[in-house]
Design a protein around this ligand. Structure first.
Ligand code: ADP
Ligand code: 3PG
Ligand code: MG
Length: 407
């Protein structure tokens, strides 16, 4: 499959200053250090390729969702980790635009890396403000813009949209790899196509679950997403995490799933698989975990994982698939005791050697990489994107990609 956008291979970047948009929105530990550097490591091929071309590489990214300047969300720890991974010093500037930025870039030698402060310290970033994008382009003196922040290309922001109006804009190597891996598997998927969805960002993702119901041969639902489905269908979920106000969408999805399963000639419960049993505790710190049928859940129970019977069902469906996409953990997988459902999904995916297996989502990718003895290589592709990968899997077009120069 050919990528339809120009990449860093297609333009004369040699010796130029390049503005590189990365997604260094990484989890931080309590001491402020980088807890997981998957996204930073994934950006290395592009950074190294640009250095090899003798570029001044000016990197911008967001981190978290700050409202204005917020020192706890400085991008500096990510910049430090990048320097460690590159094995060479880089320059960090505690401003995103302005004189300090201009001076630092002017002073930086050819073939060097400068990292600018968190884009979202400026409200103009999320407002997709063209004046801000112009200032970013002119203060950095960049000749080209390289989009490599795959995780953020589903957003219409200054560094994904407006910037492309200011300087010639091409894709980085990570963006290209993510796009090709996901679209190749999803455009004409080998069937059965099984979509496994879970996690907690329910309102962010539930519309995409609906689109997957129209595309997939089975949709398996776990995590707080499943709690939301159960609650929406009138089932008591006790003290579990779920999103209220989603009952209408849930019912829509179930109706749609009913039509799809009839078309496919299978039972609804085989097409849209919700947990029939769950792992329950009194809190996320509770070590006493009980497995029970969904209808046995009482007021003070928290559903924190899918149950053993459900995990077996999910694994069987995954074993018969030819393409599997997974976004969202099956439970509170940060804690080992609530990670069995997610582990069962990961095991079934990796044991199905003939299937294409794609994992997306920050927490889901984190889980999959740490669960896998081969650091994630047992899956066909682990995406650095959360919402971005899910939208691409569902067949949506992503603004941060579409705005780039056509190949
Ligand atoms: P991703 O980061 O992969 O896109 P989300 O952020 O949507 O996924 O969801 C992952 C989060 O969902 C994790 O922090 C996990 O603990 C939480 N989660 C999943 N299931 C449950 C549950 N049953 N109860 C509480 N939290 C849950
Ligand atoms: C992500 O972590 O999914 C991306 O970095 C996008 O972040 P956002 O959801 O805050 O826009
Ligand atoms: Mg997450």
């Amino acid at each position: 499959m050919k990528f339809h956008k120009k990449t860093i291979r297609d333009v004369p970047l040699e010796g130029t200053t390049v503005l590189l948009r990365a997604d260094y929105n990484v989890p931080l530990a309590e001491d402020g250090s980088v807890k997981d550097d998957f996204r930073i490591r994934a950006s290395l091929p592009t950074v190294k390729a640009l250095l090899k071309k003798g570029c001044k590489v000016v990197i911008v990214s967001h981190l978290g969702r700050p409202e204005g300047r917020d020192e706890s969300l400085t991008i500096e720890p990510a910049a430090q980790r990048l320097a460690e991974l590159l094995g060479e010093p880089i320059r960090f500037v505690d401003q995103t635009v302005g004189n300090k930025v201009k001076m630092a870039i002017k002073r930086a030698p050819k073939r060097s890396v400068v990292v600018l402060e968190n884009l979202r310290f400026h409200a103009e970033e999320e407002a997709n403000d063209e004046a801000f994008a112009r200032q970013l382009a002119s203060d950095t003196g960049a000749k080209y813009f390289v989009q490599d922040g795959f995780g953020v290309v589903h957003r219409d922001h200054a560094s994904t949209a407006a910037i492309t109006l200011c300087i010639p804009s091409v894709a980085g190597l990570l963006l290209e790899k993510e796009y090709v891996s996901i679209v190749k598997a999803m455009r004409h998927p080998e069937r059965p196509l099984v979509a496994v969805t879970g996690g907690a960002k329910v309102s962010d993702k539930i519309q995409v679950v609906k689109e997957l119901v129209e595309k997939a041969d089975s949709v398996l639902v776990g995590g707080a997403m499943a709690n939301t489905f159960l609650a929406g269908l009138g089932q008591s979920v006790g003290a579990s995490k779920y999103e209220a106000g989603q009952a209408e969408v849930v019912k829509d999805i179930v109706t749609l799933a009913g039509k799809r399963s009839a078309e496919l000639g299978v039972d609804l419960s085989e097409f849209l698989e919700l947990p029939s049993d769950v792992a329950v505790a009194k809190s996320v710190d509770d070590k006493h975990v009980e497995n029970m049928p969904v209808d046995a859940v009482t007021e003070h129970d928290m559903i924190l994982d899918i149950g053993t019977v459900t995990a077996e069902h999910f694994a069987r469906t995954i074993a018969n698939a030819k393409t599997i996409i997974w976004n969202g953990t099956m439970g509170f997988a940060e804690k080992e005791v609530f990670s069995h459902g997610s582990a069962a999904v990961a095991r079934a995916m990796t044991q199905n050697a003939s299937a294409e297996s794609i994992v997306g989502g920050g927490d889901t990718a984190d889980f999959a990489i740490h669960w896998d003895t081969k650091n994630g290589d047992s899956f066909s592709h682990i995406s650095t994107g959360g919402g971005a990968s899910l939208e691409l899997m569902a067949g949506e077009t992503l603004p941060g990609i579409e705005h780039l120069l056509d190949a």
